[in-house]
Structure formats: structure tokens, C-alpha cells
Design a protein around this ligand. Structure first.
Ligand code: F0G
Length: 451
């Protein structure tokens, strides 16, 4: 590995180790905390080998017209800022990244915000933001000669891992909570050839078990405790800054589950700021589901100094996580940027998801917490109308079609969850109607349509 360029630093005690020295579970031997990848030559302002900001912008722009496989990846196009491989020809890529940044005109108008955008990470090859992290960490697994890789997952990580493992020619093991992941995601793990074990445990239990397993067998752990995952997942920050002509938006809103993504986006913007690629960092706010809100509680009850696990429950199964591994890194991203951490109800998530769908974008339930959270932040006066806001949409709408169909059929939410919002929900529902096969009957069906 390229130890000169990169090393691992413990976020708890500050211990520094070479990349290949990390324990199988990626926990520090001294204090048990997680590691950040750091680049000693340039990570600090004034470092000796800092890449030149103007040069980077030029090279990255040039690569957009290149046909080289690495250049076509929205992750490896920025490889100067993730020198984690000895040899970049080991990169395992599915042309991830390069996702669109959509203007959300309707939501912007409803919220009276001038500039609201969605960075749609659900348009990655396996349909979620996990691909950007998986290309990075899977490449490390391949370069280090592992035959097996594994993850615990609420579904998207397993889909991404199974696909990238298949591309790399590696075998993959998936641990998932039985009955608690969306079918679309489970079908992907099967399709890409993973060994998939459904456990009578929640996500947190699956991850705990896997951390034990990797200590006993030469299996490379690919959950976001693996710091190389976050190196890939920081690259959407580069894409966003590039789309805004190398300025940062005022506010970035990210869903929070295991809290790897918010941590990674924080790292991406921090590094750009330190290297002089952008002049400021955006506020980073993290939104959780009310039934899976350990970080919200940590801020509310413990000033984010400690976190008590909760028993998580939400229909947004992707973020049904009670003991998030990367919570300290996420706290850092929120605090250093002046962001907020809040939670939203099941009804708020369902409404926001339908509104994102009605913009022609669509996303999975966990992604919709971002819009639901923005509404709250706006109502509390924490986001001004002149601010530029970006929502991270983390997964594709087809990942969890059951959720969408149940919402539109009026079968998703219980009565007590919708109290006071019945009219709002009725205005968004679009159930499929059974109609006679005649022009008159179909034209008649249009009459009932309100939008
Ligand atoms: N959105 C989606 C669609 C997800 O799949 C996840 C996490 C998140 C948001 C939360 O991101 O964990 O980095 O805070 N899914 C993981 C998985 C846990 O196993 O697929 P996070």
C-alpha cells in the first residue's frame, strides 16, 4: 500500500498506524475507536505535498471527456484526493458517481427557498450511494489479496458489495436482519452471487456478529467502519462543489443511519477547504427517523458527548439502526460546520417521499428524511430563503416499491400516525384504478385527477 501518502489515525486517542496494520474489525487496539484515513503530506494547511487546487480542478475537468475507465468513474476521477491504492489498476469500478444534481423547483417554491437541489446518489450502478464507497474499499480488498469480503447491512451496502465483489472476482458474505430489508435490495445480493444469511437479529446485532467473525477468518470487512469506504463516499462532495463552480452550498442535508455518509461528506468538504478548493464548508445537518434516533438523543440529552443505543424501528428500513458505528465522526461534521441533528416522524417521511416522487425524481424512504428535515429546519427559522440547500438522496425509488405502493393504496400508515395530515396525504396519493377497457372509461378517469 501507499503508506507514504496515507495512514490511519484513530479518532479517539489519535494513534497513527499504517493502513495494513489495522485490525480486522477496524477498531483501535488502544481505545476501540474507529480510524480516519489521513494524508500526512497535505491534509493540514501548509503541508509539504499539498496538491495544487488550480491544477486539480483542471485535471478533473479534462478527465470528464476521457474514455479511460478510471476517468469515467465519478470516484476515481478525483483519485489525487484518495491515494489509497499502491496501483490504481487494482481499482474495481462500475462507473459509479457522476450523479445528477437536480433543481427541486416544486419543493423550493413550497418552502420559499431560492435554490434547492437534490444530489441523487440513487442513480449509481446498484441504485444507492454505497457504490462510491464500495469501489474504494473493494479495490483495497483486491489489492491486499483477500478472497472473501463481508458486510452486515440493511440492504444497500449488501447490494453494492455483492456487485463489486463479483466484478473483482471475490466471494462475498452478507448478514441481514431477517424480514427487515426491502425486497429490491435482497434480490440484488442474490443476483450478484453473495452468500446471504438472514439472521434473527437487527442490523446492530448483525454488525456485532460480523466483527467477531472477521477476527477468526481472513474475511475483509466492508461496512463503513472500514475507513476506505468513507474515502469513496466523500467524492460526492467534490462533485457538488464542482457543480457550483467550486463554491460550497450553504447547507447540505444527509440522512443518518450508521452515520458513515454524513461523516464522509464532512471529510470531503473539510479536505477541499483545507486544500483551498472551496472557501467555506456547508452546514451539514443529519436527519434520522424518530424511531431510530440515537444521534438526536445524544445531542439532546448528552451534548453529543456520549451515545446510548436505542432499539430502532422505522419503515425506512435502510436507517433502522440503533447503535451507529460512526457517530463520533458525524458529530464532528455537524459541530464543525454549525449544522443540526433532528428527527422526523413516519408520516413526515412518507409525505416527503411522495413529494419527491411528484417532482419526477423519486427516492427510497430513508432518503426522504432529508426533505422532511428541511421543512422542519425552515419552519424553525434555521434555513433562510436565500440559502442554497442540497439534499442527499441516497437510494433509488425502486429499491422499496412495496413502501411506495402501500402509501398510494393508503395501507402504509396507521390512523394515529396520520392524524391532522389526512388531507395532505390524500392530495399526494395516486392509487392505480381499475378501469374498463374503453376510451370513454379511461377519459372519465382523467376527470377525477387534480393535478
Ligand atoms: N440512505 C440509505 C438509502 C441507506 O441505505 C443508508 C444506509 C442510509 C441512508 C444511511 O447512511 O448509514 O451512512 O448513515 N444503509 C446501510 C446499509 C446501513 O446497510 O445499506 P449511513
Amino acid at each position: 500500500m501507499n503508506e507514504i501518502l496515507h495512514q490511519l489515525r484513530c479518532i479517539g486517542c489519535g494513534a497513527r498506524i499504517a493502513g495494513a496494520e489495522a485490525r480486522q474489525d477496524f477498531r483501535c487496539v488502544v481505545c476501540g475507536e474507529l480510524f480516519d484515513v489521513e494524508y500526512p503530506g497535505w491534509s493540514e494547511r501548509g503541508g509539504q505535498n499539498r496538491p495544487n487546487a488550480g491544477g486539480l480542478k483542471w485535471v478533473w475537468r479534462e478527465r470528464r471527456s476521457s474514455r479511460e475507465e478510471l476517468d469515467c468513474s465519478g470516484v476515481w476521477r478525483f483519485r489525487e484526493l484518495l491515494p489509497i491504492l499502491e496501483d490504481f489498476s487494482n481499482a474495481v469500478s462500475l462507473r459509479e458517481g457522476n450523479t445528477p444534481l437536480y433543481h427541486m423547483t416544486r419543493a423550493a417554491m413550497a418552502l420559499r427557498i431560492d435554490l434547492l437541489f437534490a444530489k441523487h446518489q440513487g442513480l449509481n450502478p446498484t441504485g444507492s450511494f454505497k457504490d462510491t464507497g464500495m469501489t474504494a474499499a473493494m479495490s483495497v480488498a483486491k489489492e491486499r489479496g483477500f478472497a472473501w469480503v463481508a458486510c452486515a447491512s440493511t440492504g444497500n451496502t449488501s447490494a453494492a458489495m455483492a456487485a463489486y465483489a463479483a466484478r473483482a472476482g471475490l466471494r462475498s458474505l452478507v448478514l441481514i436482519p431477517e424480514g427487515k430489508i426491502a425486497w429490491g435490495k435482497l434480490s440484488q445480493a442474490m443476483d450478484y452471487g453473495a452468500v446471504t444469511c438472514q439472521l434473527k437479529a437487527d442490523f446492530d446485532g448483525c454488525l456485532r456478529l460480523l466483527s467477531e467473525i472477521v477476527k477468526e477468518a481472513p474475511i475483509y470487512l466492508l461496512n463503513s467502519v472500514n475507513p476506505y469506504r468513507l474515502e469513496g463516499q466523500k467524492t460526492p462532495a467534490f462533485e457538488i462543489a464542482e457543480a457550483f463552480d467550486w463554491s460550497a452550498p450553504d447547507h447540505l442535508i444527509v440522512p443518518g443511519g450508521n452515520l458513515g455518509n454524513s461523516s464522509a461528506m464532512g471529510k470531503g468538504f473539510r479536505e477541499m477547504y483545507e486544500l483551498g478548493l472551496v472557501a467555506k464548508m456547508p452546514r451539514i445537518s443529519v436527519i434520522q427517523a424518530a424511531g431510530a434516533n440515537p444521534l438526536v438523543r445524544s445531542f439532546r440529552d448528552h451534548q453529543a458527548a456520549s451515545l446510548e443505543p436505542v432499539v430502532a424501528d422505522t419503515r425506512a428500513t435502510a436507517i433502522r439502526i440503533g447503535n451507529p458505528a460512526s457517530w463520533r465522526k458525524a458529530v464532528r461534521a455537524i459541530q464543525e460546520t454549525g449544522g443540526w441533528c433532528l428527527d422526523v416522524t413516519e408520516a413526515e417521511i412518507a409525505i416527503a417521499k411522495a413529494e419527491i416522487g411528484a417532482e419526477g425524481l423519486g427516492c427510497e424512504p430513508a432518503s426522504a428524511v432529508t426533505l422532511a428535515g428541511l421543512k422542519k429546519l425552515r419552519a424553525e427559522g434555521k434555513v433562510a430563503s436565500g440559502e442554497t440547500v442540497v439534499l442527499m438522496l441516497t437510494g433509488h425509488t425502486l429499491k422499496d416499491a412495496d413502501y411506495t405502493i402501500n402509501f398510494h393504496r393508503g395501507k402504509l400508515l396507521a390512523k394515529d400516525e396520520t392524524e391532522g395530515r389526512e388531507a395532505e396525504i390524500a392530495g399526494l396519493r395516486r392509487d392505480a384504478v381499475a378501469v374498463e377497457a374503453t376510451p370513454a372509461a379511461v377519459l372519465d378517469a382523467l376527470k377525477g385527477s387534480t393535478r
